[in-house]
Design a protein around this ligand. Structure first.
Ligand SMILES: [Zn+2]
Length: 243
């Protein structure tokens, strides 16, 4: 399932009230100016990725956001003893399933780094329910991946598990670099989401208490546990959610 494709860029409309056509007959003059559909979401344009210095007049802005990391378990070890075409096939599937689940819920895929994905909810497409949307996306990612794993193992191919971590809070979003500009998100929210993901087992979604409190009604049987997360002092209460 892919998100409904809009004719104008949702980010430019929400942040600047500018109707930038990205599909249909009106989009060609914009394309001639070099504006393209963003790789991060099919309803955003490349202006959204560079709006910081031009529109917001700052390289970084603080935004309430939910950050989701998904990562294939033990993939580095697996890829060392597996045919490269098979490895690429697994990564293609991982990217496709993750992107579809995130886009459907108005999140952006900020980066794929090998066997790992960083997704952000509530920027540039604003959603007051961004925490809930991120959790729904995580469940969808696990469901989709479980299905794909069954197909892969049925064909005798490697089928690594997948772990997800989610945290929410105020993050710094903007551009890094001057010659080579990169749209990025940084801050403790990102670090915590990455640590939760690293602590998640295959098939698991681990969230922070801040995330869990927003979705608790949907997960009454969640059993929180204390976990030591790399780089964070003291135990942290983590909440495993059933996909
Ligand atoms: Zn845009």
């Amino acid at each position: 399932m892919s998100p409904s494709r809009s004719r104008i860029c949702q980010g430019c409309w929400q942040h600047m009230r500018m109707p930038i056509p990205i599909r249909g007959a009106l989009s060609w003059p914009v394309r001639l100016l070099g504006v393209r559909i963003s790789r991060m979401h099919p309803n955003l344009c490349t202006i959204c990725e560079t709006m910081f210095t031009r529109v917001k007049r700052r390289k970084q802005i603080l935004v309430p956001a939910t950050v989701l990391f998904a990562d294939l378990r033990d993939f580095t070890t697996l890829s060392q003893c597996t045919e490269s075409s098979e490895v690429l096939g697994v990564l293609d599937g991982f990217a496709d399933e993750c992107a579809a689940a995130v886009w459907e819920r108005d999140g952006i895929v900020n980066k794929f780094i090998g066997d790992s994905m960083l997704a952000v909810f509530n920027f540039p497409i604003l959603r007051h329910d961004h925490v809930e949307q991120a959790v729904l996306a995580a469940q969808d990612i696990q469901r989709r991946w479980a299905e794909r794993r069954r197909t892969l193992s049925g064909r005798g191919l490697v089928s690594p598990g997948l772990g997800v971590g989610i945290h929410t809070g105020v993050a710094s979003i903007g551009e890094i670099g001057t010659a080579y500009k990169d749209f990025t998100i940084i801050g403790p929210v990102v670090n915590m989401a990455a640590r939760l993901q690293a602590a998640a087992g295959a098939g698991e979604i681990l969230t922070s208490t801040d995330v869990y409190e927003r979705v608790a009604a949907a997960f009454p049987h969640c059993e929180p546990r204390e976990s030591r997360l790399k780089g964070i002092d003291g135990p942290v209460t983590v909440h495993p959610l059933v996909p």
